[in-house]
Design a protein around this ligand. Sequence first.
Ligand SMILES: Nc1ncnc2c1ncn2[C@@H]1O[C@H](COP(=O)(O)OP(=O)(O)OP(=O)(O)O)[C@@H](O)[C@H]1O
Ligand SMILES: [Mg+2]
Length: 409
Amino acid sequence: MLCEKYSPNTLNGIVGNRNATDRLMEFGMAVHSGKKVMPMILYGPSGVGKTAAVHALAYSNNFELLELNASDYRDVTHLGKVLLPASRSRGLFSSTILIFLDEIDELSGKFDAGAEKVILELVKSSRQPVIFAANDFWSMKISFLRNLVDRVEFKKPAVSDVQKVLANIASREGGGISAETVDAIARRSNGDIRGAINDLEAMTGAVPELFENLGVRDRKVEVFGVLDKIFSSGNFDISRNAVMKSDLDMEMLMNWIDENVTKRYPASRDIAEAYSKLAVASKFLEKASRTGYYGYLRYANILLSSGVSLSNSGSLTMLRQYSFPSNIRYLSSTKKERSSLAAIAEKLGPMLHTNKRRIIESYLPLLGIMFSEIATRSGEGAMESVAARYGISEGETEFILDRYGRKVR
Ligand SMILES: Nc1ncnc2c1ncn2[C@@H]1O[C@H](COP(=O)(O)OP(=O)(O)OP(=O)(O)O)[C@@H](O)[C@H]1O
Ligand SMILES: [Mg+2]
């Protein structure tokens, strides 16, 4: 993932939040000078670089990093066993272990008393530096910590900062992503750098025609605006006009709605209603393209826009970012894979007496399951004869196994 690939190695590489990164640098220096430093808590919105900053701090100071996150806080015994000895020990390869309790407010439910005790003991007695990270400093779950730690706030970075990060990645990736696209994603990001990088990645995988459909080329992420109107207006005209005025491709818009409706409509009844509208819209779209009579598009248009909009009975989930339709992201990022699938399907055609598409959709998943059964029962050697039996190469059986096989644990 681009996020991981471009996660900065030094605190200077963390864009924005200078104040916070300065505090971390001081923290690092104090640790080096052998002072006992008060544990810190980094807090602020998602995707702005809290975790990345701690990684950079550890990396650039040559600290070993002991990092825990939300899933580790449930098991108290484990927590005590891992944390307390580490906090008293010295590192294996360097003298410092930075103990990092990330996502400390993300435990569902409260910490149990045992876990609180372990963490309090850590804070009080650790000989190693300790840093916490959380989204919400005021979360009740961590009230027991508040007075014992130094607070360092991470704020949402400015649009220009997000732009800087994206532009750097885009130029280093050399994927022909235009400055307009970068701008549009940055403006939409609401300060979430991780989200913005993920969007950029989705766009990078996409084929050029897709940018046209998205309207990104003409300087706006039009689709986001249209989605907002559909999901949040609850109004026949507003949503219909938004779609009419845009030059979004209907099929594409349908994918966007499909991907995001469950994220915005909290009520399952509304979601069901919206999907029934989408389903009918989809029939009309298909009919239009089959018959060549584009009058049907009118109905598709209205069902997609006003239909989905009026399906919402009132409440709406706040959303930071719409997700790129995963089926399309999938298609564009798997072009190579699809051509291998097509090649396999072609070879299997004569045996299965059906078309390629059907083979890919219905038969290959079954073959995957069969192959993994055979491989586990009779050993890998058996795959050779399977390949011969189906007239495909061993590489191709591997491919089917990888893609569809049961993961044997
Ligand atoms: N300020 C930044 N400068 C450069 N890159 C950043 C910055 N913030 C985030 N990123 C990129 O986004 C990725 C995700 O950020 P990170 O995991 O640090 O977010 P976070 O603040 O810890 O969010 P969460 O609260 O969801 O854990 C990083 O790996 C990095 O690639
Ligand atoms: Mg994080």
